[in-house]
Design a protein around this ligand. Structure first.
Ligand SMILES: Nc1ncnc2c1ncn2[C@@H]1O[C@H](COP(=O)(O)OP(=O)(O)O)[C@@H](O)[C@H]1O
Ligand SMILES: O=C(O)[C@@H](O)C(=O)COP(=O)(O)O
Length: 419
């Protein structure tokens, strides 16, 4: 095995796994650190954790344990995958996990590269932009769990990490990979532990990727995956049928949406006139233990139609803020997650085999509830969202990051399901 990826959530994991496969690396995704022997024949292994918004010490422990497992499997390079919108708080978890991984690897330097230009995530003078808006002025300022109120990656790192952060600006990146590598060495020499790298386009990512060839630890979003895969191209095994193993097959399909992002709100709105849909009542999630029976009965009675039924907690910012003010942000998000956990188990027992899920945390809950050990990676529905198929059960999932895909994502995803 060549590359080991530690992803801080499940959509993030399928996102990077999809790009690695698309760029020639035979990749397998494992859900959590395996507790028993798992046969892994791949160029890259992505371990998905649910460590983005848990307490810092848990995130660090999970990530270091994943690292040790990957080291034991012989990985030569490691990638800490976090969100392209840098989802975190002043406490973490990106900074503390990066520090812990550097320490465990006995390394003194890495890069911070959340950019993903194909989905509008760019970095200019160390500031993260989402579709042309500063991160702090994008929909991410209203995120239910990790509201992002600052776009300056150096400041964000200063708040959560122990070391000094430097910048490699786009002008230096345009001078090419050798120049970028030289700048990394210079920043390290100056005592920087992390370098934020500007990225305006895929050419910049290619130069950064090449400059990372000799870094043991890389941190970032999924955008850099292509460049990293390129560095390993001479050592790769045959990839010809890799995507076939992840192709979804026909079966009962359900859409579960727990993301409140701007794009998911648009996707839910676009799907409503086309198919059966059920809006969750957060108050009932919090207070009625049999609410799951009500929703399960509704889903069961709508299976098998032309388009899959959709259950959603997705809310516009005004409604979300009202819910959070009434019940508390943490309590309401946990109630929604707990609800999806129960519903998914009921649906699995009922024979639902295909789940299209919107939201990273939500996808983590769904995947853990289904008790899937790992995935084969299938075709990409949209950049960063492949279909994935369980290695140990007849289950297919499309785990969509809140902000990914276009308005018709839910219908497009179902177009990949065949007999
Ligand atoms: N109506 C709602 N009220 C309160 N919390 C909600 C609501 N809908 C979703 N949530 C919570 O918001 C969080 C969304 O996070 P996530 O699933 O990661 O989506 P995204 O990918 O957009 O970040 C989840 O914890 C979810 O349970
Ligand atoms: O990097 C990204 O944007 C995604 O891979 C990702 O991590 C998504 O997280 P959510 O928005 O919480 O789904």
């Amino acid at each position: 095995m060549l590359l080991g990826v530690i992803a801080d959530d499940f959509t993030g994991a399928t996102d990077i796994a999809g790009f690695l496969v698309a760029n020639g690396m035979k990749t397998i995704q494992l859900n959590g650190v395996p507790q028993e022997a798992v046969p892994v024949e791949a160029d890259a292994v992505v371990i998905s954790l649910k460590s983005r918004s848990c307490p810092v010490d848990e995130a660090v422990a999970q990530s270091v344990s994943a690292l040790k497992w990957l080291q034991a499997k012989g990985c030569q390079q490691f990638y800490f995958k976090y969100c392209s919108t840098f989802d975190s708080t002043p406490e973490g978890n990106i900074g503390p996990v990066t520090d812990a991984l550097l320490d465990a690897l006995d390394e003194a330097f890495t890069i911070i590269c959340p950019s993903l230009p194909v989905n509008g995530r760019t970095v200019y003078q160390g500031h993260l932009f989402v579709q042309g808006d500063l991160l702090s002025e994008s929909g991410m300022r209203n995120h239910p769990v990790t509201p992002m109120k600052d776009a300056n990656l150096m400041r964000l790192m200063d708040a959560q990490a122990t070391g000094k952060t430097g910048l490699v600006s786009y002008r230096e990146i345009e001078l090419g990979a050798d120049n970028v590598a030289a700048r990394f060495a210079e920043l390290k020499q100056q005592g920087c532990r992390y370098a934020v790298v500007d990225t305006l386009n895929d050419q910049h990512l290619a130069a950064i990727g090449e400059a990372c060839r000799h870094l043991t630890l890389i941190t970032g979003g999924s955008g850099l995956a292509a460049g990293i895969a390129q560095n390993w191209s001479e050592s790769l095994s045959d990839q010809s049928d890799a995507m076939q193993a992840g192709q979804p097959v026909s079966g009962h399909t359900v859409i579960l949406s727990g993301s409140c992002s701007v794009m998911t709100n648009r996707q839910v709105a676009a799907y409503q006139p086309q198919a059966p849909h059920f809006a969750l009542d957060v108050k009932r999630c919090l207070s009625e233990s049999n609410y799951v029976d009500v929703v399960f009965d509704w889903v069961a009675s709508h299976l098998g139609g032309k388009l899959a039924p959709m259950v959603y907690a997705t809310a516009e910012p005004e409604m979300l803020h009202a819910i959070q003010a009434e019940f508390g942000a943490q309590a309401s998000s946990q109630a929604v997650e707990q609800f999806f956990h129960q519903l998914v188990q009921r649906l699995q027992q009922h024979g639902v085999t295909n789940f299209i899920v919107a939201g990273g945390e939500t996808s983590g809950v769904v995947t853990q509830s289904l008790k899937v050990k790992g995935f084969h990676i299938g075709p990409q529905i949209a950049p960063g969202v492949p279909w994935v198929k369980a290695i140990d059960q007849p289950l297919s999932l499309a785990l969509k990051s809140g902000n990914f895909g276009d308005e018709q994502f839910f219908t497009t995803a179902q177009g990949y399901i065949h007999d």
